[in-house]
Write a protein that binds this ligand. Sequence first.
Ligand code: ATP
Length: 257
Amino acid sequence: MPSPVANIPIVAEATQLHKTYGRGDEAVEAVRGVDFQLKAGECLGLLGANGSGKSTTIKLVLGTLRPTAGRVQVLGGTAGRRAARARSGYVPEEARRFGALTGRETVDLFARLQGVRPRAERRSRVDEALALVGLRPEAWRQRLATYSRGMARRLAMAAAWVHRPELLVLDEPTSGLDPVGTEELLALLDVHRARGGATLLSTHDRLTAERACDRGLVLVRGRVGLEGPTAELMAQDASSSLLPLMRRAEAAERADA
Ligand code: ATP
């Protein structure tokens, strides 16, 4: 009889994923043969140095880039198709985009784009999302241009959450946040997880990786250098940074090349 764990649905799956930018002498192999599975209620961390292929992998999962080879399935369909997009939410690293809109108008815009209707339902979802991320009602009426980085990140979470996605994708969610902001954002991810949501995030931050991610993929020059449960990946290092893990992943990738 299969174990209960085996029955948890797969939300995202990459199979021998490759992405090359440019051609000929200019070609950059950003992602080279990455495989992973992400299940409901789980958080997978893409860890790795600058330029290791984290953002490219995220764009492939969102479907804003097409793989050169291999494939990404999201919620049972090809990444980027309407069905997958309707059930996913994305929090970009730089969230302060629509400075002329208020916080509430921004989340309402995202709700409209995601087809949340009728109007009364949309209103209640917008208010629920804004409250859930801990933005005070005064802030709902403020223009985004006045938001601090922490407020902007919360608002981006509300915008990504308003249609109750099963998959949340976050690019460097805690970069530039102070320790309080970091902890508060990680607590929001716990709420998503408690609802059975899956999370894919990229980070350079050890605390974020340890606190939020069940498993990590350490990317090195577009390949998976090391992978496993984050607790196991980190157990060997007394460091407060990901540097020793990145060094070990580099050595593993070189040995495997
Ligand atoms: P960072 O931590 O700095 O965000 P990353 O791990 O997200 O880095 P990517 O942005 O995925 O890495 O980049 C992987 C490689 O692909 C790098 O060598 C980068 O220079 C290259 N690259 C990324 N985007 C493009 C592009 N549009 N055209 C050409 N090369 C690109």
